[in-house]
Design a binder for this molecule. Structure first.
Ligand SMILES: [Zn+2]
Ligand SMILES: [Zn+2]
Length: 322
């Protein structure tokens, strides 16, 4: 099927977007060139009515995000432009970044459960990471007694998780006790299930079209590590998760940017198995590139092949796309 929509796009309003050409006007023009019927804008937003925003989300509030619609050109060349958002789910605290009452202002809401790059916010520190942080805390305090406990804590929190994971795996300080692949796979299943059970999320799903953004995509890991983690999630767990989404009328996103193994008609792509299970369960789908640049919109063409391989047809799309 030729995909004629893209409802996961970030413009320069998102703090992680660095392409000055990633404007609403340019996205609309590019969508028209593709022959898209629908373009959805989905900048990262945190509802100011929900306490607990991280520093990164602090200025990406609702009123700020709604400005995206002011930038839609008068002539959209036949493309319907939807006002969406990608909010947040802090699984560690079972906190959703938006109230249902606020969600009414949007045409749809994307909710991720795997922003695992936001460590210690979305995915909790594992035992090995905690041990390494403790070692650093102790040694920095001993070596630099002039520093306050707060200063030491800030230094320790500034350590890179990539480095800490490597130190844990190499046994730099002590033998590793955590299998990171298994840890992340279990985290993703748990965060999906706790999201589906979150009462505010249920309300949002009843209020506005909701789709799970990049389900089971462990953000912030290398391509090979991502494949290992996704492969480690068992079929029956995926099936149970997707059944819960279907029961809530929550769609599943085909995030074309997350499909990182396009070689040989996606023969090694771990997401094909995941999405076939979602399709067999009877979930509805939305497609999105998750682009943060104008050039990234081209990624939607991957969706044509993916829909063919997973056997997704027009009738499997979420109602908002019909
Ligand atoms: Zn995301
Ligand atoms: Zn996104």
């Amino acid at each position: 099927m030729e995909i004629k929509h893209d409802i996961h796009t970030h413009t320069t309003l998102s703090r992680c977007c660095y392409d000055p050409r990633a404007t609403v006007g340019n996205y609309v023009r590019r969508a028209a060139e593709f022959g898209h019927k629908i373009l959805g804008l989905s900048n990262h937003l945190w509802d100011e009515k929900v306490p607990g925003a991280s520093g990164w989300y602090k200025n990406q509030m609702i009123s700020y995000g709604l400005q995206q619609m002011d930038c839609v050109p008068a002539d959209t060349c036949g493309v319907k432009v939807l006002c969406g958002t990608e909010t947040e789910y802090y699984a560690m605290r079972d906190t959703l970044g938006m109230l249902a009452e606020t969600a009414k202002q949007f045409d749809y809401v994307l909710v991720p459960h795997t922003h695992t790059h936001m460590r210690n916010f979305v995915m909790p520190d594992n035992d090995d990471t905690v041990a390494i942080k403790n070692i650093f805390t102790e040694r920095i305090s001993t070596a630099l007694p002039e520093l306050s406990a707060d200063q030491v804590k800030k230094m320790v929190n500034a350590l890179s998780y990539g480095e800490m994971d490597a130190m844990a795996a190499n046994g730099t300080f002590r033998a590793p006790t955590v299998d990171m692949v298994d840890y992340c796979a279990k985290f993703m299943v748990n965060s999906f299930n706790s999201l589906m059970a979150n009462s505010e999320f249920e309300k949002i799903a009843r209020t506005v079209q909701t789709s799970v953004a990049h389900p089971f995509h462990p953000c912030g890991f290398s391509r090979d590590m991502q494949k290992k983690i996704i492969d480690a999630v068992p079929d029956d767990e995926l099936r149970a998760c997707f059944e819960r989404a279907k029961a809530l009328n929550v769609a599943i996103e085909i995030n074309t940017g997350a499909f990182r193994f396009p070689e040989n008609d996606y023969a090694d792509e771990p997401f094909i198995r995941v999405m076939k299970i979602a399709k067999n369960v009877g979930c509805r789908f939305t497609f999105g590139t998750d682009t943060h640049s104008l050039a990234g919109m081209d990624n939607i063409r991957k969706g044509d092949d993916i829909s063919r391989i997973v056997c997704i047809t027009e009738s499997d799309l979420a109602d908002i796309l019909k």
